[in-house]
Design a protein around this ligand. Structure first.
Ligand SMILES: NC(=O)c1ccc[n+]([C@@H]2O[C@H](COP(=O)([O-])OP(=O)(O)OC[C@H]3O[C@@H](n4cnc5c(N)ncnc54)[C@H](OP(=O)(O)O)[C@@H]3O)[C@@H](O)[C@H]2O)c1
Length: 326
């Protein structure tokens, strides 16, 4: 009997209900690949955007009329079952976590990934559920705050949206770097965001966070709820406005802010960084977790068979931290 795996197919762009469970032949690892039995995989805002084919200007890369790859999911954690004959970093039985990237297909029972891709040994102390979400909010916020924002001890940092996947990681990372952290959230998440390390939490329905003269060294707009021009007056002299959400309206500020004054608007697509750089960042993140300076936040855990419900929940925009399927 031929071995099979289960996965979720995206036959065309659309609502969560478009997701279709499929049974596929078990992939065989190539010379530099490892076959992984997936224990947990993330369901992220980015996964929802791939499913919808948004933003439209990304379709030349994603596929014009339907997703080019067609399978759902990117972040995962699991166990190595088999390795190709040129693989040297991993062996069967190893626990690993990482990111399928543009290969997709992490919301599945099995996957083959390149050993030189974004694939890391999973520490025993970290659950598969926690490890599966590291490449989303935690890795993204780490890159934005450490490498783009260059947050230093004593900096004044504002996190717009402190309760989501990026925000819950960003508050912890900025606090661990020694920054004085202000964050926004709804009233229901105030004490949760404060428990992550924010010294001040402002209700996002008020205009208070972006007051002129607030003097923030870094404003990290995790959800793209503001704009560079709205954030500018609240920035210090050489302050940085960081936003992971790229829109056509935000593009001119990102391209041209360096031409006027010292305040900057900065963007990065973290998934497009080279795997060795992402591996190095994940090693630093594992050290932070090991030192109890950072804990991934899990909101809901669904069975893999409930991927449609998981997508619908994420799309509602009110998750606290991260969502996984197991
Ligand atoms: N550039 C990159 O490389 C990159 C990588 C990963 C993700 N991203 C992008 O980053 C964005 C954020 O993703 P995420 O997963 O962190 O989001 P998320 O977890 O889905 O955000 C949900 C949270 O945002 C809160 N929220 C809603 N409206 C808000 C507002 N106006 N102000 C403050 N908080 C608000 C919600 O709180 P309530 O429920 O209390 O309303 C909820 O806790 C997405 O657009 C994603 O595509 C970019």
């Amino acid at each position: 009997m031929t071995a099979t795996r289960t996965a979720w197919h995206i036959p065309r762009y659309g609502r969560p209900e478009i997701l279709t469970p499929v049974t596929l032949p078990m992939p065989q690892p190539g010379p530099k690949e490892v076959l992984i039995r997936i224990h947990a995989s993330a369901v992220t805002r980015a996964d929802g955007m791939m499913r919808k084919g948004e933003p439209l200007f990304a379709r030349p890369f994603l596929g014009l009329r339907r997703p080019r790859n067609g399978l759902s999911g990117t972040g995962l954690s699991g166990e190595v079952l088999a390795v190709g004959h040129e693989v040297s970093r991993f062996a069967p039985g190893d626990m690993v976590f990482g990111e399928a990237g543009m290969r997709f297909g992490a919301n599945a029972s099995h996957i083959c990934l390149d050993e030189d891709g974004v694939l890391m040994p999973k520490p025993d102390s970290l659950s598969h559920e926690d490890a599966a979400v590291l490449c989303d909010g935690v890795l993204t916020s780490w890159h934005f705050l450490r490498n783009l924002g260059e947050v230093q001890s004593g900096d004044r940092v504002l996190i717009l949206g402190g309760a989501g996947s990026l925000g819950s990681a960003a508050v912890q990372i900025a606090a661990a770097l020694g920054a004085e952290v202000t964050a926004t959230s709804s009233a229901r998440n105030t004490s949760f965001v404060a428990s992550l390390g924010a010294t001040r939490v402002i209700d996002y329905s008020s205009e208070e966070a972006l007051q002129a003269g607030a003097g923030f060294d870094v404003i990290f707009d995790t959800l793209g709820v503001a704009s560079f021009s709205a954030a500018r007056p609240a920035l210090a002299e050489a302050g940085r406005y960081l936003c992971p959400v790229l829109t056509l309206r935000r593009l001119p500020a990102i391209m041209f802010s360096s031409l006027v004054g010292r305040k900057r608007a900065l963007f990065a697509a973290v998934g497009l960084e080279k795997p060795p750089r992402l591996q190095a960042m994940l090693s630093e993140i594992l050290t932070q977790i090991d030192q109890d300076r950072l804990t991934p936040v899990l909101d809901r855990i669904y069975p893999l068979s409930d991927l449609i419900e998981a997508h619908a929940y994420v799309e509602a925009g009110h998750k606290r931290g991260n969502v996984v399927v197991v």
